[in-house]
Design a protein around this ligand. Sequence first.
Ligand SMILES: [Zn+2]
Length: 147
Amino acid sequence: MKFFKRDKQKTSPKTQKDAIPKRRVWGINTETLQLILEVSKETYPNEFVATLIAKKGVIEEINLLPGTLSGNTTATIRTHMQPPDITLSVVGIVHSHPSGDFRPSGADLFFFSKFGNTHIIVGTPYDINSWQAYDSSGQPIEIKIVD
Ligand SMILES: [Zn+2]
């Protein structure tokens, strides 16, 4: 996953970190997790990237990033293409690893440290057990599946 900085001429006074409030995420909605796994399957063998949107600490929605470029091993996020109204409740990023290894890569760790505080990586075979959540330093975190 590569990360492109905002175009300098379009930079708003707020930095990326200021735009994303620190929220403690403790859960993910069952339907949202199923949607993530379905989209991962549909996108295979390419990688997919979406923002995670939480309400009251529970991830309830994802938004596929319009600037995502999919390839076999890379996905690029153009953060300036993200609608600003969505940013408010975005807590992090979910992306898939078609390799099946859902540990964060070096590039993922760099990205995690720059954007949000809750990230999910899903790996093949994209079933209910093939995902893991991470904090901004890349440490695995527990997230409950809630109805
Ligand atoms: Zn990755």
